[in-house]
Design a protein around this ligand. Structure first.
Ligand code: ZN
Length: 337
């Protein structure tokens, strides 16, 4: 009898597959890496060989330069490839553009490493596809029953209402550069907002990439004030990476409304600490209901729980006689939230 740990096991470098000789989302450089998505804690430079979806490989090249790996292999969604003794296939994860779950199969045992994922609709990427498996590896970023993300449309509505109520104030929206920024912009467009949206320079490359992949973000302009007047941005939406809002860059805008799009905005204290006046609860991760619904739907023989609040979900499984264990992988921060 083979054990799941013979097929995938946590190591210092990340999840390792001995019969395939590869790692999934390694946190240190390795010979062969399979990468679920482009966020910096999952996709790192310096691996000799990288297999990922075309979009994730493109995003890694944009972030790290064309030489981020010696060799690239493109994974086509739903197609099976053989590595060593193992069959691997990639399936949409619904997290950001190009994000994938990775299924590994060996001697009749299938484990799905989902990476980061969410279940609600995201107009900027393919939706999560449930893949039947013996062991499901889930993230646990928001794995507490208190985390229930409200409907995205309502959160975007708060921003539109504020723009109406404060037509003279610039609205600065903090959003992570890969995924969240493009998603917020696309949701604004879907809600009928057709004004130019101004973006911080750090978002340009990825916004251009999304547009080139057919995700229409509308009229985007650089949020630069050189030669202009402060009043130019009155009533405008300006999207930038969260780090930009702490520095001088943010002070150039007229009487700004500080907003931030993140799953963490449900925690009032976090919003207060960051000086966020208009918190928008928009997450690229599952909330508690999405996590437990996914586990119920897949009904694996065993659940492995990683990066986040593992204990509550493990306990939830125990109460339902489902075998579960925390993986305690280190090196994954919720950069993207
Ligand atoms: Zn991520």
């Amino acid at each position: 009898m083979i054990k799941p740990e013979d097929l995938l096991r946590p190591t210092r470098e990340g999840l390792y597959c001995p019969p395939g000789g590869f790692f999934i989302d390694p946190v240190r450089p390795v010979d062969r890496a399979l990468v679920t998505h482009g966020h910096a804690d999952h996709a790192r430079p310096g691996n000799a060989r990288v297999m990922a979806t075309r979009e994730t490989l493109d995003i890694m090249a944009l972030r790290y330069g064309e030489d981020f790996a010696r060799e690239r292999q493109t994974a086509k969604l739903g197609e099976t490839a053989r590595i060593g003794e193992v069959e691997v296939s990639f399936h949409p994860a619904g997290h950001v553009l190009g994000s994938a779950q990775i299924a590994v199969e060996w001697r009749g045992l299938r484990i799905v490493a989902s990476g980061d994922y969410k279940r609600r609709a995201d107009p900027t990427c393919l939706g999560f596809e449930p893949v039947p498996c013996d062991v499901f590896i889930t993230e646990a970023t928001f794995a507490l029953p208190v985390f229930r993300h409200p409907p995205t449309r309502a959160e975007i509505g708060k921003l539109l209402t504020s723009l109406k109520n404060f037509p003279d104030r610039a609205h600065l929206v903090g959003a992570y550069a890969l995924g969240k920024a493009q998603r917020v912009i696309r949701h604004l467009r879907d809600a009928g907002y057709d004004q130019p949206i101004f973006i911080h320079g750090a978002l340009k490359k990825l916004c251009d990439y999304y547009q080139s992949e057919g995700i229409d973000l509308g009229d985007l302009r650089p949020a630069t004030v050189e030669g202009g007047k402060k009043g130019d941005f009155a009533g405008a939406v300006i999207v930038g990476p969260p780090s930009a809002f702490a520095d001088k860059w943010a002070r150039r805008f007229p009487d700004p409304v500080a907003s931030f799009a993140s799953g963490w905005m449900q925690v009032r204290q976090r919003a207060r600490q960051r000086g966020v006046e208009l918190p928008l609860i928009v997450s690229d991760h599952c909330d508690w209901d999405e996590l437990t619904d996914t586990v119920s739907e897949l009904s694996p023989q065993e659940l492995w729980v990683t990066h986040g609040r593992e204990e509550a979900l493990v306990r939830w499984c125990e109460l339902r006689q489902l075998r579960a264990r925390p993986l305690h992988l280190v090196g994954y921060e919720d950069e993207a939230e």
